[in-house]
Design a protein around this ligand. Structure first.
Ligand SMILES: Cc1cc2nc3c(=O)[nH]c(=O)nc-3n(C[C@H](O)[C@H](O)[C@H](O)COP(=O)(O)O)c2cc1C
Length: 203
C-alpha cells in the first residue's frame, strides 16, 4: 500500500509528541512492507489561497487568459493535488494549536479540497471522490475527551477527510502533554497497542 504522511509540525521529533508517535507508526508500516512518503509541509511551498489564486480560478472558469503569476499559482496547486491523490492511506500528524490545526495544514487542505477533483456536488449534496483510509495523530497540551465541543483540531480533520471520501481508521489523540505528569515512557504501552492495531487495519 502507498502511504502518505502529512507532517504538519515544525518541531523536531525529540520535542514533538505527535511526531514521536508518528515515527513509530511509520517504522511499523515500513516493516510491514508498505511504501511510505513523508511530506514535511512546513518545509514545502504550499500556497495559500490569496487574491491571485481567486482571480486565477475565476478567470479559468470564464475561459480568460491568465497572467504568468496566476498561471504559476494554479500550476503549483494542481501539482500538489495530483501528487496528493495517489495514495491508499493518509496519516495526518499535527499538534493542537489554539484549539485548531496549524495554518500550514489548513493551507494544504485548501489546495486539495477541490470540487470536481476530490469531491463533487450532486442533487443529494456533496460526495467525496477519494478512496482509501486515514488516521489522525494529534497531540494536545490539554484534555478534551470530556469537553469535545472545545476541540476543533481532530474534529475538523475527521470531517474534512471524510468529506473527501476517505474512511477514518482509529485515530490517536495524545492528550494532556502540558499537564506535568505526561511521560512518554508511561504512554508507550498505549502507543504500542495503537500501532499494532493500526498496522493490522491497513493490511
Ligand atoms: C501556538 C500553540 C498553541 C497551542 N494551543 C493549544 C490549545 O489550544 N489547546 C491545548 O490543549 N494545547 C495547546 N498547545 C499545546 C500543544 O497542543 C502541545 O504542546 C502538544 O503536545 C503539541 O503537539 P506536539 O507535542 O506534537 O508538538 C499549544 C501550543 C502552541 C505552541
Amino acid at each position: 500500500m502507498k502511504v502518505l504522511v502529512i507532517d504538519s509540525n515544525p518541531k523536531q521529533e525529540e520535542i514533538s509528541h505527535s511526531k514521536w508517535a508518528a515515527e513509530q507508526y511509520i517504522k511499523a508500516l515500513k516493516e510491514a512492507g508498505h511504501y511510505v512518503e513523508i511530506w514535511p509541509i512546513y518545509q514545502m511551498n504550499i500556497p495559500v489561497i490569496d487574491e491571485t489564486t481567486m482571480n486565477a480560478m475565476s478567470k479559468t472558469s470564464q475561459g480568460i487568459d491568465l497572467s504568468e503569476e496566476e498561471y504559476e499559482k494554479l500550476e503549483l496547486r494542481e501539482m500538489i493535488l495530483s501528487r496528493f491523490i495517489n495514495f491508499d492511506h493518509y496519516v495526518i500528524v499535527s499538534p493542537l494549536w489554539n484549539f485548531g490545526i496549524p495554518p500550514q495544514l489548513k493551507a494544504l487542505i485548501d489546495n486539495i479540497a477541490v470540487a470536481g477533483k476530490t469531491f463533487k456536488y450532486t442533487e443529494k449534496g456533496p460526495v467525496g471522490l477519494m478512496e482509501g483510509t486515514f488516521v489522525h495523530i494529534q497531540a494536545s497540551g490539554g484534555i478534551y475527551s470530556d469537553m469535545p465541543e472545545m476541540e476543533f483540531g481532530h474534529r475538523y480533520i475527521k470531517h474534512i477527510f471524510r468529506f473527501l471520501g476517505l474512511e477514518e481508521k482509529l485515530s490517536l489523540l495524545i492528550e494532556g502533554t502540558n499537564l506535568g505528569d505526561f511521560e512518554r515512557s508511561i504512554y508507550q504501552e498505549t502507543l504500542d497497542d495503537w500501532v499494532r492495531q493500526s498496522v493490522k487495519e491497513v493490511m
